[in-house]
Design a protein around this ligand. Structure first.
Ligand code: THU
Length: 161
């Protein structure tokens, strides 16, 4: 038996003011688009905005349902829109923010497990990593160079061969 380490680095910024202009603009869009979420059950609005390699911008928000498991996260809503409107175009960066109407919105959240799997599939599909910019409505910002770093030992198409 041998033990294999897993570690990854990410960047932590004290606030949006430390980001470059493009990242700050993307994060501001993600913060603003939380208003378009439909989250009457959790009162937790999530907004995601991506910059594509063709220069286009695509947004996604969580869309809940009275039958709870039917609900869709912001990230997967964005990926479905991006793939439908701009097939085979890579996503350079995706900013994710949220507005928690039950509490604070001042620390970064990162994608749920199901969204991590979808993000990794997208990276594989277009053969380019997705850079993630994570932050609440205010406070610290985390930047992760590729979504797959969030899903070590992931299951993918190669396993089905
Ligand atoms: N949610 C997202 O949209 N993205 C995440 O990364 C975490 C969770 C949504 C799902 C649900 O509508 C609400 O946030 C509370 O879990």
């Amino acid at each position: 038996m041998k033990k294999e380490p897993f570690e990854f680095e990410f960047q932590v910024y004290d606030s949006i003011d430390e980001l470059n202009e493009q990242d700050a603009a993307l994060l501001n869009m993600a913060r603003n688009v939380t208003a378009a979420a439909y989250a009457p059950y959790s009162n937790f609005n999530v907004g995601a905005v991506a910059k594509l390699s063709n220069g286009e911008t695509v947004a996604g928000t969580n869309q809940e349902n009275a039958s709870y498991p039917v609900s869709l996260c912001a990230e997967r809503s964005l990926l479905a829109t991006a793939a439908s409107m701009y097939p085979n175009i890579a996503i350079d960066s995706m900013a994710i923010s949220y507005h928690n109407f039950n509490g604070q919105s001042n620390h970064p959240i990162s994608p749920c497990g199901m969204c991590r799997q979808s993000l990794v599939e997208y990276e594989e599909r277009v053969k380019q990593p997705i850079r993630l910019i994570l932050s609440g409505l205010q406070g610290k910002v985390i930047v992760i160079e590729k979504a797959s770093l969030l899903l070590p030992l992931s299951f993918g198409s190669i396993d089905l061969k």
